[in-house]
Design a protein around this ligand. Structure first.
Ligand code: HEC
Length: 140
């Protein structure tokens, strides 16, 4: 009887290995996607007075890494991103990032160094700026 699958041969382990390799490749693909989402397209709204003050301060202190429109650069992630919507990263996450910096955890850009030159009032304005731009881009 010419049979491809001989009796007693189990295809189970090979099959499990195939699935494991598939999952591994899917994970690598997924990580690659996140790593390449460097800059995003941002619509700039008409900013409030406080939002404009925040934009200036952001330009001086944060834009070199996060982009002039908080749209990301090769040194830091876009803040106009679902990850940073208010329910995931509330205002105190911004305060903490500016005063204490943050360890690399979501992105492949390295740690964010503290920005002690930025005063608390300025951080409030920066948060206002980022939230206004987030809202204009459907991130609430
Ligand atoms: C030298 C580059 C650099 C500068 C300057 C910088 N950041 Fe960042 N920032 C980063 C990087 C890189 C991350 C991403 C860390 C991660 O999640 O992997 C980050 C993350 C953040 C986060 C998320 C923190 C968290 O809890 O996950 C916030 C909020 C933030 N930055 C705000 C700011 C603000 C506001 C300024 C200006 C006052 C600023 N950053 C200046 C590089 C920078």
């Amino acid at each position: 009887m010419p049979s491809q699958i001989r009796p007693g041969t189990s295809t189970g382990p090979a099959f499990a290995l195939l699935i494991a390799v598939g999952l591994f490749l899917a994970a690598i693909w997924y990580a690659g996607q996140a790593a390449h989402a460097e800059a995003v397209q941002v619509q700039m709204p008409k900013l409030s007075t406080m939002g404009q003050a925040g934009q200036r301060s952001f330009g001086k202190n944060c834009a070199q890494c996060h982009g002039a429109q908080a749209d990301g650069t090769d040194k830091g992630p876009p803040l106009i991103h679902r990850i940073y919507e208010p329910s995931h990263h509330g205002d105190d996450a911004f305060l903490r990032a500016a005063t204490a910096g943050t360890r690399q955890h979501h992105w492949p850009y390295g740690d964010m160094p503290p920005q002690p030159q930025v005063r608390r009032m300025e951080i409030q304005a920066i948060i206002q700026f980022v939230r206004e731009v987030q809202r204009a881009n459907g991130i609430n």
